[in-house]
Design a binder for this molecule. Structure first.
Ligand code: HSE
Length: 429
């Protein structure tokens, strides 16, 4: 049996770090009762003295130097909550080399350098736990790593970005434009002052890299993901989607296909009968389809200081159990298989399309014929508002190969009757 007092060091006391300290103060003794040994905070580092003082901890525990935590021989577990690639990567490297377990919420780092850091952890007989890096307070990493390990996951479909989900919910419920919904999200703290990574889909892509590696046991990088953000989606799209029984969500989709992994992030029309359609506001959910279990969904707060702090502390407990029960590093997922990737062009999907066309007799027939000549079968075509002298047309295709669809679209759009730049959104099927 290993030591019965496990000491934890914290680097970074921003909103999540502050909540980790708060939750540990609040629930520390009940955690210790449950696990039947002791976890205690040892040292806390932050460059910002005001933030350190606000934690109301014993002064002897506080330092402005991360190295004081990373090199403290009494510290067993280092929680890294500074975010970003550097110096987080160097700090984690040093912590592992100094024989410490690491807990992090850093999705950018785990998506970019996770494999290398996990290998280093393994070499040092230690481990990195990163439940809080995806889905905030939703148990997601642990179910993918342990609970579903006996199954073969075929597809995971996730709403993993709270900012964009909040924006789409406000657009639908309050009849707002995307810009107004984004401003509201910023006003209420659901979007960062610079929401570029959220709106452009990069945040979801990072999370998809992490989830896909665990779900499929295969190596994936950001560059293997086709990423499209939400900027082009309008209020009209939300309304027309609703008319055909769908809602719009930014989805991260990972599929294990015979030809390899297909990974994509894009705005998607989700049928109202699909459980993901009822995930509103800043909440997140991941829907997993697997051979034996068939379907499971993980749902909850994908961000927020206290929910994320619960995930961080659960990881601390897992690391502490490794120490207490001397199991070295538990499960280290560094042996990911190389895989091929199926480009989005090779996938078959259904498309929703909205564009303006001349409002004259025969235009529907001409459009339907033009698509049909290119092998694209339409499921629905309808005329909406008049915009100046043009008619707004919405159509939905049957399932079609992505590349064939775009080549057909180029030809169809290449007529003088149609204004370019259609709004194109894929459907979830
Ligand atoms: N910015 C993220 C989101 C939260 O909006 O979901 C942190 O991952």
């Amino acid at each position: 049996m290993g030591k019965d007092l496990v000491k934890v060091g914290l680097v970074g006391t921003g909103t999540i770090g502050g909540s980790v300290v708060e939750l540990l103060k609040r629930n520390g003794s009940s955690i210790n009762e449950k696990i039947d040994f002791k976890i205690a905070l040892g040292r806390v580092a932050d460059r910002d003295v005001t933030r350190l003082q606000a934690l109301k901890l014993d002064k002897s525990m506080l330092t402005t130097e991360a190295n004081d935590v990373l090199e403290d021989p009494d510290i067993d577990i280092v929680i890294e909550l500074i975010g970003g690639l550097e110096p987080a990567r160097s700090f984690i490297t040093k912590a592992l080399e100094n024989g410490k377990y690491v807990v992090t919420a850093n999705k950018d780092l785990m998506a970019t350098h996770g494999e290398e850091l996990l290998a280093l952890a393994s070499e040092n007989n230690r481990n990195i736990f990163y439940e809080a890096s995806v889905g905030g307070g939703i148990p997601l990493i642990r179910p993918l790593k342990y609970s579903l390990v006996a199954d073969r996951i075929q597809r995971l479909v996730g709403i993993v970005n709270g900012t964009t989900n909040y924006i789409f919910t406000r657009m639908a419920q309050d009849e707002l434009s995307l810009e107004d919904a984004l401003s509201e999200a910023q006003k209420f703290g659901f979007a960062e002052p610079d929401p570029t990574n959220d709106v452009e889909g990069l945040d979801a892509a990072y999370k998809l890299v992490i989830m896909a590696s665990l779900a499929f046991g295969k190596k994936a990088d950001l560059e293997n993901i086709s990423v499209q953000g939400i900027r082009e989606v309008t209020y009209e799209d939300i309304v027309y989607a609703r008319e055909i029984g769908c809602t719009i969500k930014l989805l991260a989709i990972g599929e294990d296909l015979p030809g390899g992994l297909a990974l994509r992030v894009h705005p998607t029309l989700v049928p109202l009968e699909h459980p993901l359609s009822s995930v509103l506001n800043e909440l997140n959910a991941v829907f997993v389809e697997a051979e034996a279990v068939r379907e499971v969904m993980f749902y909850g707060p994908g961000a927020g200081p206290l929910p994320t702090a619960t995930a961080v502390l659960a990881d601390v407990v897992e690391a502490a159990r490794c120490i207490r029960f001397e199991v070295a590093n538990g499960v280290v997922e560094s042996k990911l298989k190389e895989t091929e990737f199926v480009p989005i062009d090779d996938l078959k999907v259904r498309f929703y399309l909205r564009f303006l066309a001349e409002d004259r007799a025969g235009i529907f027939a001409a459009l339907a014929n033009a698509f049909s000549d290119e092998g694209v079968s339409l499921d629905m075509i309808t005329q909406k508002r008049r915009v100046g002298s043009m008619a707004e047309i919405v159509l939905v295709t049957h399932e079609v190969n992505e590349k064939a669809f775009h080549s057909a679209l180029n030809k169809v759009m290449d007529t003088s009757a149609i204004k370019p730049e259609p709004s194109i959104i894929r459907l979830l099927s």
